[in-house]
Write a protein that binds this ligand. Structure first.
Ligand code: G3I
Length: 319
């Protein structure tokens, strides 16, 4: 029994992990990756600053390794990402001319999808485009190209790789609120115009005990439009002690929360799968960003499965 197997069997879902290629240097990482997961997202190695740090100069090292590993294990890859307000080099963010910015975007997308277009299942073309109040977030993309950058990037990406499912990915849209409602309106307008948009990513960086109660309803806002909704970056952070570890009561609550999220995906016929943002607490972005919180993943610092692993597996098996 394993997560990927349980997800695929009756449910026909993938179960994925986000990682960086060098995590495999730890000999304990690969066996769990290979036995439990059927989808990979490069945690950083397909981001602009990594892959094209200088205009026209490409670094394919990490992304090549992840794509090759997926071929070896017959896993799928979700690419991540093209347009974001973070991890984008200054030669891009300093551009003020719309024509030049569109040109640079097209060169970048064509290079990445030219190399990987046949190897990818999906791509987060647009990452985190909205503020929590539903307005468009400030970035070089929105500031120079206006909201239209979303349509422009999706159109370029679809032309470069017609078989890749193109996503808008964001956080705080997992419940029905101003942000998810604004995104649903944007998505509907794009689809009405015939823009190639295929899915919405619910990042799902949750806090233990604070899941939105209406994840299924929020998913429906998008799947009713004919879009897929994938869980793309799931982790559930909780308060930890000075060793970065949570107590048993908290881990039990967290386990219930993991199962709830997985169940929301299984309950919607247009949720193709769940990706966790790292499977072990030793490779989590949380402690570095949220002091006093962590223990957010399915496995502990010693690669031992936690209650959240077993509740996730059970939800997939029973789903
Ligand atoms: O690669 C450099 C290295 O050369 C340098 O020496 C080192 C020193 O700081 O930094 C390394 O870069 C780090 C990079 O991860 C690669 O490890 C950055 O500092 C660090 O900020 C960066 O963090 C990533 C973060 O995105 C950046 O915004 C996290 O690993 C990654 O998990 C996180 O992922 C995001 C998703 O892409 C979008 N949604 C939210 C999610 C969590 O923030």
């Amino acid at each position: 029994t394993n997560l990927a197997g349980a997800a695929s069997k009756d449910n026909k879902r993938y179960f994925g992990d986000a990682y960086q290629s060098f995590y495999l240097a730890d000999p304990r990482y690969g066996p769990i990756l290979d036995s439990q997961f059927s989808a990979y997202t490069p945690e950083n190695e397909m981001k602009w600053e990594v892959i094209e740090p200088t205009r026209g100069v490409f670094n394919w090292t990490g992304s090549d390794l992840i794509v090759a590993h997926a071929k070896k294990t017959h896993s799928i890859v979700r690419g991540h990402n093209f347009c974001w307000d973070s991890q984008t080099p200054s030669y891009v963010t300093s551009i003020t001319d719309p024509t030049e910015l569109t040109q640079v975007l097209e060169e970048h997308i064509n290079a990445v999808l030219g190399r990987y277009g046949n190897d990818l299942y999906a791509f987060d073309v647009i990452n985190e485009p909205l503020n929590d109040n539903g307005t468009i977030k400030s970035s070089v993309w929105s500031n120079v190209l206006g909201e239209n950058y979303i349509e422009t990037a999706l159109t370029i990406a679809h032309k470069a790789a017609p078989n890749v499912k193109l996503y808008i990915n964001d956080y705080n849209i997992e419940g029905v609120n101003s942000k998810s409602q604004a995104l649903a309106t944007i998505a509907k307008n794009l689809l009405d115009k015939g823009v190639p948009l295929h899915g919405i990513g619910f990042e799902s960086h949750f806090i233990g005990g604070e899941l939105p109660g209406d994840i299924s309803q929020s998913m429906k806002q998008f799947t009713d439009l004919g879009l897929d909704v994938a869980i793309t970056e799931l982790d559930i952070r909780v308060p930890v002690d000075s060793s970065g570890i949570a107590n048993a009561t908290v881990r039990k609550l967290q386990a219930d929360n993991y199962a709830t999220v997985v169940q929301a995906c299984l309950d919607n016929g247009n949720c193709p799968g769940v990706t966790v943002w790292g499977f072990d607490d030793g490779h989590s972005w949380i402690p570095g960003v949220f002091a006093g919180q962590g223990d957010a993943n399915l496995y502990d610092f010693n690669y031992q499965p936690k209650p959240a692993y077993y509740s996730t597996l059970a939800a997939l098996q029973n789903g």
